[in-house]
Ligand binder design. Sequence first.
Ligand code: FES
Ligand code: MG
Length: 611
Amino acid sequence: EQKLSEVGLADTTKTSSTRFRSANWFNVDDAENPEMSALYADRYLNFGLTQEELMSGKPIIGIAQSGSDLAPCNRHHLELAKRVREGIRTAGGIAFEFPTHPIQESSRRPTATLDRNLAYLGLVELLHAYPLDGVVLLTGCDKTTPAFLMAAATINIPAICLNVGPMLNGRLFGSSDKIGSGTILWKARDMHAAGEIDDDRLVEMIAAGTPSVGHCNTMGTASTMNALAEALGMALPGSAAIPAPYRERTQCAYKTGRQIVEMVHADRKPSDIMTREAFENAIVVNSAIGGSTNAPIHLNAIAKHIGVPLDLDDWDRIGFDIPLLLNVQPAGEMLCEEYYKAGGLPAVMAELLDQGKLHAKAVTCNGKTVTDNVGGRHSWDRRTIKAYSDPMKKEAGFLHMTGNLFDSAIMKTSVISDEFRKGFLEDPKDPNAFTCKVAVFDGREDYVKRINDPNVPVDTRTILVMRGAGPVGYPGAAEALEHNQIVNMHAPGKVLRQGVHSLPCIGDGRQSGTSGSPSILNASPEAAAGGNLALLKDGDMLRVDLTKRKVELLVSETDLKKRREDLEARGGYSYPESHTPWEDIFRRETGQLNEGMVLKEAVKFQKVAQK
Ligand code: FES
Ligand code: MG
């Protein structure tokens, strides 16, 4: 565990001579208009702050509170924020805690991704318009982390993330298995369907995966994005993996509060930390931890808002050949308690640093470099965190696929099953490539309705295509390419009976878990935004070449042109109407998944808002 003296805390007990941003609101002495300062201050005095605290030039630190009853993954922040406040106070700052728009992954309909950009907009306004000199971003559940980092990037005042931390390992009485949040669902559902357990036992089994406060205890999007926040340098080293209920988590809250005050005194801003080098480090780390396929969407969005060029070619070039080092579910066996006890992210980064895979001199929130923070912090638990020379898997990154069906899509090859490899990819006449017939579905209902229809051309050489699931077609983009998730794109009964368990998938939506067959996801532009996916028909032939990173629709240009004309004559690709004003605004303003799905109009404010 790092001591405070090691994390670069300055002596902030003395009042700094710096005139902070908040003085524009509260500083009576040099304000042009002292009545205005009094007016700004009076409501902050009315709950008990004193004039000395508010008007003597101390830094005012926001605490962006994401926890609430609506957002249970982040709810433990209601407790942690108390220790953040104490850290801020100890270092000579004044804490202003405020609520943010909740983003609960597991219950927000139609999808929590829709609210990433809404929470972003809300936080941008708060950071811009209120007397804040720095901010602690209380992150956790999947989209809270990228939403807050995007906002910090736009406004560019000193900012630091504090993750709520993962839940403890799940356990079920009567079993010694480790139970990860979510993963028990499929087993329980099958047992329930077979009549082996009743409704109460079903709930009990599923809830066994979520035994404490905190975010998902697997390497899902929450653990991924908080690891990447740390890899970017935007959270204290070693902080991402600490389980939510551990004492170290609460101690980390205190240290984070002290650190942000130091950052404000040092004027260490997001743009000083989130450089091109920092993003490259995050891409490398994502491969090594077996990070979520949602990571490119979110990291590219953060990069867009800080003004760093980053695209999916970078992910392929920098990240593809990095090995998987972390043995945590879903790519491995362990859960986040083992990950933390094995050394957490610094132990993973120490391996990558030794191999020259990280930018060693990138500066982080504590003012120190990556080498200072993680150098030599190798794991003592080689079952959980592997040595670089003895990885779980080689080449754990993503491929960037292009072709005539879409401009851009990603593919996670590290999860491809042996069965699929032998059946599809090891043909000596056509190695690392395959040609397939297409079965195409317009969203989940269509898939459920037709997957077992004998007229749909599904056999052991079919590629399942899900369209209408992108940011516009399904506002926010559905997680629709799951083998093990709600939408359940799996091989139908007649194919399973022939011994084939995994068929390849393509889609313009997202994916959260892993699957045994190659999924080509985030296809951009989506069908609903004019992409050629909208022109596909059942029975079309597709060729997928992993070496060339190509997906080619084997239909002539003339035929495609004719299909395009027919589609346009019918009024274009149709999708369900919006239910709320925000769905409508989002659909009009959003970019595509390959570009981070940011609000197109918001990107230009990156420079303006910082003035
Ligand atoms: Fe919130 Fe997984 S559902 S972290
Ligand atoms: Mg998810």
